[in-house]
Write a protein that binds this ligand. Structure first.
Ligand SMILES: Cc1ncc(COP(=O)(O)O)c(C=O)c1O
Length: 399
């Protein structure tokens, strides 16, 4: 018998070597108590959260919590069914209305996660014989959507408009083409040149899908994302997003103005063949989305936090993923996994949680300490965070 686990042997070995150095497992942290969007108790210690993607801090918003509790009482704990059978309750419809209002678009479809939204929309739109042209650093859910649909994957160099154009020009003129882009790339926190990319995509007869998971609620005048910020939202055919970041709960969605969009509810397998989200989750999402429409002050404060952290870390001598703050993600580049894990642990001991990211999730084999800021971080907390980076960085010799 061939042990089907043997393909994981090198990973098992790498983990054992790392843990033998005395570093705690960075991928099994437990939040024992969560006090606010920015503070939790981890290993019995009060810890500032700087790696949660809770950009707008909506998880403890009193209106959001009250809406969830009310729906839990009124509709019960779950739907026990698919959206196309018994799983559509009025909170699901209301959540889709909230999304249509937020994006000023004609159609909205809610999925159980953002992962399933990409999986479902990409695999349903682009099938065998069609082409998905994507940035090489695309999220796993985008690659998995291509695999599920059996489309031809054509990858181009990260954020490279010319490379995208060259790839597009090589494809048969009559073939179905979907260009898939992200507004903010979550590993380095850099923004895509969507304006130029969408222009070349349209010139070459492709439809365009933009995943705005890391920009919704924060980037753009109304928080609609990078496409709004760059003035091209009306040229995007499909926007994908998630409720697990700025919205502060769980779920995913696609919004669009395409006149035939609604047929997707009947043909999209990751939408049809799974249970819908609990109504309490839908109520928290729609309340949060509607509040995000009027959160200009919070957006401004989040930008201040992001710029302050970026400058502070750079001044301390850390190598960062971008030259300036482009989003609410600031990535600190570590020389290797071992030192990245040591720094991660030293920060945790100081009372700071960040995400440790490693290949294959990261581009160019990088080990990253990814920091994601929250609109609820105070300016004093950002000062404290910088102090913790300085102490940990010196302790492990990273600066
Ligand atoms: C770009 C991007 N798309 C989609 C997702 C999936 O979102 P969800 O957590 O709702 O499954 C993520 C989550 O990390 C993401 O970063």
């Amino acid at each position: 018998m061939t042990d089907l686990f043997s393909k994981f042997d090198s990973l098992i070995q790498e983990r054992e070597t790392l843990l033998a150095t005395g570093v705690k497992d960075p991928f099994s942290l437990v939040m024992e108590e969560v006090k606010s969007p920015t503070v939790a108790i981890c290993n019995g210690k009060e810890t500032i959260l700087l790696g949660t993607y809770n950009y707008m801090g909506m998880t403890f918003d009193p209106d959001v919590q009250a809406a969830g509790l009310k729906a839990l009482k009124e509709f019960g704990s779950g739907t026990t069914g698919s959206r196309v059978l018994n799983g559509t309750y009025s909170p699901h419809k209301d959540c889709e209305e909230a999304l249509k209002e937020f994006y000023a678009m004609d159609h909205a479809m809610v999925f159980s996660t953002g992962y399933q939204a990409n999986l479902g929309i990409i695999s349903t739109l682009a099938g065998k014989g069609d082409y998905v042209i994507l940035d090489i650093d695309s999220h796993a859910s985008i690659y998995d959507g291509c695999a599920l649909g059996n489309a031809e994957i054509v990858a181009f160099r990260h954020n490279d408009v010319e490379a995208l154009e060259k790839r597009l020009k090589r494809l048969p003129a009559e073939a179905g083409k979907l260009v898939v882009l992200e507004g903010v790339y979550s590993m380095l926190g850099d923004v895509a040149p969507l304006k130029e990319m969408i222009r070349v995509s349209k010139e070459n007869g492709a439809m365009v899908l933009v995943d705005e998971a890391h920009s919704m609620g924060f980037i753009g005048e109304n928080g609609r994302g990078v496409a709004e910020d760059q003035g091209v939202i009306n040229d995007v055919d499909f926007i994908i997003g998630t409720f697990s970041k700025s919205v502060g709960t769980v779920g995913g969605f696609c919004v669009s103005n395409h006149p035939k969009f609604e047929i997707l509810r009947l043909v999209c397998r990751p939408y049809v063949f799974t249970a819908s989200l609990p109504p309490s989750v839908m109520a928290t999402a729609s309340t949060s989305i509607r509040k995000l429409m009027h959160s200009g002050n919070k957006r401004a404060h989040l930008w201040e936090n992001s710029k302050k952290l970026h400058k502070g870390l750079r001044d301390l001598g850390f190598k960062l993923g971008t030259d300036e703050a482009q989003s609410a993600i600031i990535a600190v580049i570590m020389p290797d996994l071992e030192r990245g894990a040591m720094m991660w642990q030293a920060l945790l001991q100081e009372g700071l949680y960040v995400n440790l990211a490693r290949p294959p999730a990261t581009p160019a084999n990088m080990t990253l300490l990814r920091c994601s800021l929250c609109a609820e971080h105070t300016s004093e907390q950002v000062d404290q965070i910088l102090g913790m980076f300085e102490a940990a960085g010196k302790a492990v010799g990273a600066i």
